[in-house]
Design a protein around this ligand. Structure first.
Ligand SMILES: C[S@@+](CC[C@H](N)C(=O)[O-])C[C@H]1O[C@@H](n2cnc3c(N)ncnc32)[C@H](O)[C@@H]1O
Length: 285
């Protein structure tokens, strides 16, 4: 009898195991029905590697090299993922036109950066803003567009040709009345604002001009911005070179030193964000 019950139950058990196996496998099937491999989280994997359990073109994950962060992984942009980010930016029609006219220069902030600046201005409820390094006005227009009618943006740049383009776009967007353009060396413009009694009267500042002067601009902006106000500094990752000890080019060293000083600067709270070429958001204490 025992041998009869064994011979009846064995095929039944096999069938159950097969069904369980099929169910488990079905959970792991990728959209293309492809085979599964263990996840691999290194950066720059070749085409055909996997994310989670599914093949992909490249793995957008980076692991901290420094052991003290416990192999913390963060998402990294790929061209496809960056397109996705850009497709999720709400860009004003006039900003789009300006970007398309001047994009060749590659020196203006990206649409996702401009949107972040505008968002910070809105969160702050900022009314009085400064921009150091206007170029043709992409970032300043993004800020001016979200300022209230009573708001004011002081836009500083030394290049008159660029400022003419910026002014054309402020007009087109109907925000010229909110923007005061200061043509000249930015340090002199900021100093004259201080001498004019405007210390601690601004809510928001964006710094995006000559890197050699960052520390000097920062000191002047810190005087002009009120406690609780925000200063955003662009290009703090400087093409990624700040983290490369082999790069000893002057501007990289300047930004590296600036970042180091800011890290120790108790006058501000800071947050370095890896958006665009890197931005640090500082809140005056
Ligand atoms: C990176 S661009 C600014 C881009 C702009 N924020 C945007 O997103 O469209 C830098 C600008 O800083 C200006 N600049 C450089 N040195 C300056 C200085 N010493 N004083 C005033 N402007 C300066 C340049 O003329 C240039 O237009």
């Amino acid at each position: 009898m025992p041998s009869l019950s064994l011979s009846l139950t064995t095929p039944f058990l096999l069938l159950v195991f097969c069904l369980i196996g099929l169910l488990l496998a079905a959970d792991d099937v990728c959209p293309g029905g492809s085979h599964l491999r263990a996840p691999d989280t290194r950066l720059n994997l070749p085409t055909g590697s996997v994310v989670g359990n599914c093949p992909t073109e490249a793995i957008p994950l980076v692991m901290a090299e420094d052991d003290k962060y416990g192999n913390k992984m963060v998402i990294s942009l790929t061209p496809r993922l960056y397109d996705y980010v850009l497709n999720n930016v709400r860009e004003h029609e006039i900003l789009r036109q300006l970007r398309e006219e001047t994009a060749i220069s590659q020196i203006q902030v990206s649409p996702d950066q401009a949107q972040l600046l505008a968002m910070l201005v809105e969160i702050l409820g900022a009314e009085r803003c400064i921009e150091v390094g206007v170029y043709t006005g992409y970032s300043s227009l993004a800020v001016a567009l979200v300022l209230p009618e009573s708001g004011r943006l002081v836009a500083c740049d030394k290049d008159s040709n660029s400022l003419e383009v910026a002014k054309r776009y402020y007009d087109l967007a109907g925000v010229s009345h909110k923007v005061t353009v200061k043509h000249g060396l930015a340090a002199e413009s900021l100093m004259s604002m201080i001498q004019n009694g405007e210390e601690s009267s601004y809510d928001f500042a964006f710094l995006d001009a000559d890197k050699a002067m960052y520390q000097e601009y920062f000191e002047l902006l810190l005087r002009l911005v009120r406690v609780g106000g925000v200063i955003v500094i662009d290009n703090v990752l400087w093409h990624g070179w700040v983290a490369d000890p082999m790069v000893d080019e002057a501007r990289t060293i300047n930004i590296r030193n600036f970042n180091k000083k800011l890290m120790d600067d108790k006058r501000v709270s800071i947050s370095m964000v890896s958006i665009g070429d890197g931005m640090t958001i500082c809140r005056k204490r």
